[in-house]
Design a protein around this ligand. Structure first.
Ligand code: ATP
Ligand code: MG
Length: 631
């Protein structure tokens, strides 16, 4: 079947289409209705059906592949590698599930997971799914204030945590942050289950903290059957990255999510049972949920969970894993590729990468120089895909499992099956008709299986934040804008609030960034619009130079600034030329590697940067403050 037909069927006959995809997972009780959209924009997929995520990820593979690799945990932080077969994973998850039950956790209770990238974090997620508890993973090492607000929002009965994470070989203690967060929070969890890695000494809180190793010994052989839950039972809550404001608590279902992931592993990520998948993300993000833990395991694949940096002990470490475990599909982010790009490309040639079918990238715009560099270095298709925490799986991608299609640089591909994507003209509010016309990326409801059900505990916020209704049709906004070319490929131009209006001309920051990054001495760039009395707004650029020695004195900086402005003049016209190009050594990013553009813009305009709970390195913002103050 051609992809066009496949996609058309998913939109025109969604019930038949998704009923077929639903066969990719096990159901304990078949569903009665494929899609209940009687109360838009809320949708219930597979109503009446009962299933279990952990059963689909683990138990159902025991018969055919119990001895095959399931979880490959690799830590270059503590120099350890442990491989769990499906049977071993099954045993560990049951032990963890037994502990949760013993500590009073039941179906529907929340469990907050605040952990580093260790196997026990995976056990904890699957154990929650097994007993019908709702997990809420919070990126390990988040500051106590951000953690406290998530504790209050999720009101967990139990928190699973560890003494410490590790970064660049140095331990990052978690326990102090956790204790502080619990103190700050209104809600107090009854119990804290502590995995002691021996990385940072801590004092347990009597009556509250439980030791994982000791409890595990009591449950070595305890069997915990999967609790069959409704397809619509919430499986987890997870916060968005906080790039544009205060993070939103996304609530996900069970049945729709399992089906969506199983289908995506086949049609998008080219995964087959018995193969190995490697996603370099973190379990604190949606990519980690969907494509480190649930997706690959549901597909019967081994999954690599990696704790460490991409360049330690050297920049070949990821590729050495591809060779060693014959990885067939790999998933990473442009920000990680940019880190590798600064290293010797010889590391990519050192290993046998012949098992690899494709490298998938997502999370932020993939600029052309970065895409070209990695495509040439790897000699494998690079498949950019575009989605959100809210959707849980790709909105735009190439579905090469249905019909192979060429990648276009700068484009995350076409609308994926199940997504009725519309580009909405901002001034008329009508969908754009022709090719190459700009519009806001919207999805006509119902959202396909696997997407967010609602904002946790806040249906009103869900409707108000994301949806608009016109003549009975509900449209979900992604808050990104883009264009579609004549072949149906989309190009994401940036966030809707990243549009700069220079003397009446509407410009995307992404377009200006693309142009600036074509200058040979630009490693990374961020462009923001800043208020200007004359023109309304002007573009301001912040650049990390590849060769910092070219910035020796102010004359050299002025010269490079002028050269970069000329590039923009030549490619986009003088109207897009940044009013200033500042040189920095770091850009403010979220922990997941996304540019915190709203914070950058606020500081560039001398305003308060707002919610910074997800920022990686606050000194990056300080540099900008200093530069702007010195102006
Ligand atoms: P918040 O919603 O809290 O402001 P966030 O939008 O960064 O944070 P995520 O859900 O992690 O939270 O990110 C989704 C967003 O990331 C998309 O809306 C889009 O802006 C961007 N994005 C993801 N993948 C791509 C891609 N392949 N190309 C361009 N942009 C992408
Ligand atoms: Mg968002």
């Amino acid at each position: 079947m051609s992809f066009a037909d496949f996609h058309r069927r998913s939109i025109e006959q969604p019930e038949a289409f998704w009923a077929e995809q639903a066969q990719l997972i096990d159901w304990q009780q078949p569903f009665e209705q494929v899609c209940d959209y009687s109360r838009p924009p809320f949708v219930h997929w597979f109503a009446g059906g009962k299933t279990n995520l952990c059963h689909n990820a683990v138990d159902r593979h025991l018969k055919d592949r119990g001895d095959q690799n399931a979880l490959i945990w690799v830590s270059t932080e503590v120099d350890k590698e442990i491989v769990y077969s499906f049977s071993e994973l099954h045993a560990e998850v049951q032990r963890m599930a037994a502990m949760l039950l013993a500590l009073g956790v039941g179906k529907g209770d929340r469990v907050l997971i605040y952990m580093p990238m260790i196997a026990e974090a995976c056990f904890a997620m699957l154990a929650c799914a097994r007993i019908g508890a709702i997990h809420s993973v919070v990126f390990g090492g988040f500051a106590s204030v951000s953690l406290a607000s998530r504790i209050d929002n999720a009101t967990p009965k139990l928190i699973v945590s560890a003494d410490a994470g590790s970064r660049g070989g140095k331990s990052v203690p978690y326990k102090g942050l956790l204790d502080e967060a619990i103190q700050l929070a209104q809600h107090k969890p009854a119990k804290v289950l502590m995995v002691d890695r021996g990385l940072a000494p801590f004092t347990p809180v009597a009556g509250r903290d439980e030791d994982y190793a000791a409890l595990r010994r009591q449950h070595m052989d305890t069997e915990v059957p999967c609790a069959w839950v409704d397809a619509t039972h919430p499986s987890y809550t997870l916060y968005t990255s906080g790039t544009t404001g205060v993070p939103k608590g996304v609530q996900r279902d069970t049945g729709g999510y399992a089906v969506a992931l199983a289908a995506s592993m086949k049609h998008i990520f080219l995964g087959n049972p018995g193969e190995t998948y490697f996603s370099t993300s973190d379990i604190g993000w949606v990519v980690g949920h969907s494509y480190i833990i649930y997706g690959p395991l549901i597909a019967g694949m081994a999954t690599i969970m990696y704790e460490g940096l991409p360049i330690r002990p050297d920049a070949g470490v990821w590729w050495s894993l591809v060779e060693k475990y014959k990885v067939t599909s790999m998933f990473s982010a442009p920000t990680a590729v940019r880190v590798l790009k600064k290293q010797d490309p010889a590391y990519l040639k050192k290993y046998d990468l012949s098992s690899l079918r494709a490298l998938f990238l997502a999370g932020e715009p993939l600029d052309e120089p970065t895409a070209k560099w990695i495509a040439e270095a790897l000699g494998r298709p690079i498949i950019d895909n575009y989605w959100q925490t809210e959707t849980g799986w790709p909105i735009l991608s190439l579905c090469n499992g249905i019909e192979p299609a060429p990648s276009k640089f700068g484009s995350p591909g076409k609308a994926v099956y199940g997504y009725d994507v519309k580009l909405l003209n901002e001034s008329t509010g009508e969908p754009v008709q022709g090719a190459d016309e700009k519009g806001v990326v919207m999805i006509e409801g119902p959202l396909p299986p696997g997407c967010m059900q609602t904002v946790w505990q806040d249906d009103a916020r869900f409707v108000k934040t994301y949806w608009t209704e016109a003549k009975g049709r509900w449209l979900y906004s992604t808050f990104d804008w883009g264009i579609r070319d004549k072949d149906g490929y989309y190009f994401i131009l940036g966030r809707t609030d990243d549009v700069i209006n220079v003397a009446g001309h509407r410009l995307g920051t992404r377009e200006i960034e693309e142009s600036i990054s074509s200058h040979p001495n630009v490693a990374e760039v961020a462009v923001v619009g800043v208020a200007d009395q004359l023109k309304g707004q002007v573009a301001m650029a912040f650049v990390i130079a590849k060769d910092a020695s070219a910035l020796g004195d102010s004359a050299a900086r002025l010269k490079l600034e002028g050269d970069i402005m000329k590039v923009v003049d030549g490619q986009l016209g003088a109207v897009a030329r940044p009013s200033r190009v500042h040189f920095v050594t770091a850009l403010p990013k979220t922990r997941s590697g996304k540019l915190l553009r709203r914070a950058l813009q606020a500081v560039a305009e001398g305003r308060d940067p707002g919610d910074l709970t997800t920022i990686e390195d606050p000194t990056a913002l300080q540099q900008v403050k200093d530069l702007v103050a010195a102006r």
